[in-house]
Design a binder for this molecule. Sequence first.
Ligand SMILES: Cc1ncc(COP(=O)(O)O)c(C=O)c1O
Length: 391
Amino acid sequence: MAMRFAARTEHGFRAGLEAWSVIGHAREAAARGEDVINLSIGDPDFDSPQGVIETAVTALRSGRTHYTPAAGIPELRAAIASYHMKIARQPCGPGNVVVFPGSQSALFHALQVLLDPGTEAILLDPAYSTYEGCVQATGAKAVLVPLDADNGFHLDIEAIRAAVTERTRVILVNTPNNPTGTCFTRGELYKLGEIAMEHNLWIISDEVYGPLTFEGEHVSPAAIRDIGDRVITCSSLSKSHAMTGWRVGWAVAPDEVVRRMIDVAQVSMFGYAPFIQDAAVAALTQPQPELETIRETFRERRDVIVRRLNQIEGITCDSPHGGMFAMADVRGTGIPSFDFAMELFKEQKVAVVAGDAFGPAGSGFLRIAFTTPADRMAEAGDRIAAFVRNR
Ligand SMILES: Cc1ncc(COP(=O)(O)O)c(C=O)c1O
């Protein structure tokens, strides 16, 4: 008899699969000893802060190895609430926090409590490529609203409004944005909130890059008057603290959402490693001098690569105000972005991700991560220039 599976797992959850294959090629080539510059995956190349590592080791040695409450240990929930008030500027308490292994898991669980099969979630295209799969995993439908590259990928409020139907439950927003680097303004987020209020929708705000804001201040939708009680903010220590592999993230949400998220977390995760939670408390409450260095280093690398890219004929690149990616517009070269990324890797061993990986609106662009020292970023720029010149 044929094996039977859930229909929603039939076609896989991984959007833009082919465009991501460059990551695998880069790893293989590097393992062969080739001179690869890998600017593809968003994993900071810094060590995690030393004090955080020490705290985890001490916790492991002192028996912090047992089950913990599904919502997270009280100390960490309190530390996250204080941090959220500082970064996102929304008043909240430990009871508004649920700890998850990464923002990714927080998003997944938020969608689990908000969506039913037959409902819809609005995603802004281009979008971080796991969003669509997270929606799909609930049985709901992802509705993509394209953002206009020539408007800096800012929110197209009218297009978002037009995409709302009676089935819409959620709008998912990410600022500073991956892949575009765009930081949405208070004004546009306010208008997004108006749509949410008019149509009784939730906003899920993914703010993993919030602390990596270089110019201006990070604006969290949750901080905008009147709409805070419709917002679920997901974030983590992955990018700001160079702690991707530790898997520490959270959701901050209104009481009823928290109650339901804990219910789901109880059956999906059944708690979370206490020695990592202790380390996360240290990351959030003790001075971590490395954080300023991480942000400033990303800023320096950004300046190097953006300047160099804008000197190449056919390429333009806006300077992102936050995050760890630049989105280079390569339409002027006449080379389709997918081919550009693949050929660039073959010829010059520079790995970047074609914007196609993030949705149709990303086509024509390359996402370039700031994941290697400034001199190597400059070298990557030179190799991209050589690639275009040789065409
Ligand atoms: C926009 C965005 N959200 C979420 C994640 C997942 O991060 P975490 O490590 O917090 O799960 C990433 C990782 O690249 C990301 O870019």
